[in-house]
Design a binder for this molecule. Sequence first.
Ligand code: B1M
Length: 211
Amino acid sequence: MANMKALSEFLQKGRAKEVKELVQAALDEKISAKVILEEGLMDGMGIIGAKFKKNEVFVPEVLIAARAMNAGTELLKPFLAEAGVVAKGKVVLGTVKGDLHDIGKNLVGMMMEGKGLEVVDLGTDVPAQKFVEEAISNNANIIACSALLTTTMTEMQNVVKELEKAGVQDKIKIMIGGAPVTQSYCENIKADYYTADAASAAEVAVEICEA
Ligand code: B1M
């Protein structure tokens, strides 16, 4: 029987091959993608994060754990999709300028695609102007910004300003999220929506596109 504790431990050690094997074994046993994600992969990354904070592990260990996490989530991608859904809108997604964290952003993208939305993923380290240019040229309904650093989340305010400058703030909504981001920060910078996790982000995105 696939073991979520073992999955979490292999992720913490950055053992991508074993992580992939255990994720596949769990899927073969019909364990839900949500359980694998939350009790295996995110549990492991949460432990690594706590150790990183206490200087018990360092950037290289975190990086290989992150690679293992991305390898695992990639296998889950088709299982996070909902059967029979059709595209309801378009989202331009990215991690803001100066920020290289992409695991949460990738999850947001997968969940949104799973709900049938079309996602244009701009990657990491995306300047405010680029979010806006891409949203306009792709005729997107939503700009979705992720940030994991207190020093980079401020770029989200620039996205709001750039969108206003382009005069399309009524047509394109801005969603923000990531560990240091809060509802009150969202209100302060006059972004449109804050959500705390990837699944909620996908739900809100669908609501925006259907409105
Ligand atoms: Co970084 N790092 N890191 N790191 N790293 C954090 C974020 C940190 C909290 C660690 C710590 O000190 N405990 C800390 C930030 C402190 C702060 O600003 N308050 C930190 C730091 C300091 C740094 C460096 C500066 C370290 C250094 O170099 N000295 C450096 C910065 C590099 C840069 O970006 N310029 C750095 C580097 C790295 C790695 C490259 C090694 C690696 C990233 C690899 C990668 O992403 N490919 C890394 C990692 C992995 C982490 C931790 C350990 C894990 C992040 C993660 O992926 N979590 C993290 C500690 C932690 O979070 N506990 C840490 C799992 C992921 C699923 O969660 O991304 O939060 P998360 O996404 C969640 C929600 O936030 C939400 O949905 C997801 C859940 O469903 N969400 C959204 C995310 N985006 C959303 C968007 C939405 C809605 C919801 O709407 C649009």
